[in-house]
Design a protein around this ligand. Structure first.
Ligand SMILES: [Zn+2]
Length: 111
């Protein structure tokens, strides 16, 4: 077994912060707009068996959102997916952006 470095399909664990919004029922009746840029969202239904699970995409800013099933008060969660290019950057970031720290932690105790 090697470390998996040579296999690009080995899963990576990344910590990302996700943006989730709660949409009031009234927001679902009007046309949904992108919370970031205000453009109308394109909705698609990836699975006919789950008609309330929708994928929303924004053309202008190319963000993707997942819409959940309405809860008992009719609110819907809108989850913004991290962009694939951001993820790609995160995955190569530590390798390309900065060389490993150069003993900066040493002067921590200099009081
Ligand atoms: Zn947008």
């Amino acid at each position: 077994m090697d470390s998996g470095r040579s296999n690009p399909e080995v899963p990576h664990s990344l910590t990302v912060s996700l943006k989730v919004r709660r949409l009031a029922p009234s927001r679902m009746e009007a046309q949904l707009v992108c919370p970031e840029c205000g453009a109308p969202l394109n909705l698609s239904q990836p699975d006919e068996e789950f008609p309330t699970d929708l994928l929303a995409t924004c053309g202008p800013c190319r963000r993707w959102y997942v819409l959940g099933e309405p809860n008992e008060s009719g609110e819907v969660l809108l989850l913004e997916l991290p962009g694939i290019s951001e993820i790609d950057e995160m995955m190569r970031g530590p390798v390309l952006a900065k060389p490993p720290r150069k003993g900066r932690a040493r002067d921590r105790h200099s009081s």
